[in-house]
Design a protein around this ligand. Structure first.
Ligand code: RP5
Length: 164
């Protein structure tokens, strides 16, 4: 199975990014985690992105806060799918990172999830891999069913509390 590359601009992004790691782990998807900054360590970020396909990656998650150009910079150097996570931080609480990540000019796509949307970033990567991995597709179906069952249970509890 292809690996997922998880990169972040700073280790201060880890509290959010670790949720993506946990999600990939729960599906048994292989991954690597790195801190590469588009502005502090641009050479390392470029080298990783340029070699990612040859090194067995199937998609890359790039998480960054503030003037977040990491996902775009990674996407500039690979044609693997890149999922951007705008990190909530600083004076603007992630709105800056959201706009920096989502507003990519035509030609270099970055699929952007919600601010701090680490779980969805991982799920999107799993969905990408599941195109060629039937077992992963089955696990995704099971998760949807389990999630729905939990909501149905909560609905029953709420209905029992408020409806006669
Ligand atoms: C971005 O700046 C990082 O992705 C991080 O979210 C933010 C702050 O970085 P630190 O100053 O905490 O290293 O590059």
């Amino acid at each position: 199975m292809k690996k997922i590359g998880i990169i972040m601009g700073s280790d201060s992004d880890l509290p959010c990014v670790s949720k993506a790691v946990d999600t990939l782990k729960s599906f048994g998807v292989p991954y690597e985690v790195h801190v590469f900054s588009a502005h502090r360590t641009p050479k390392e970020a470029k080298e990783f992105s340029e070699n990612a396909r040859a090194n067995g990656f199937g998609a890359i998650i790039a998480a960054a806060g503030m003037a977040a150009h990491l996902a775009g910079a990674v996407a500039a150097n690979t044609t693997l799918p890149v999922i951007g996570i705008p990190i909530k931080s600083g004076y603007l609480n992630g709105i800056d990172a959201l706009l920096s990540t989502v507003q990519m000019p035509s030609g270099i796509p970055v699929a952007t999830v919600a601010i701090d949307g680490a779980v969805n970033a991982a799920l999107l990567c799993i969905e990408i891999l599941a195109v060629n991995e039937p077992e992963l597709a089955q696990k995704l179906d099971e998760k949807r069913k389990n999630d729905a069952a939990k909501v149905i249970e909560k609905n029953m509890a709420v209905e029992a509390q408020f409806n006669n």
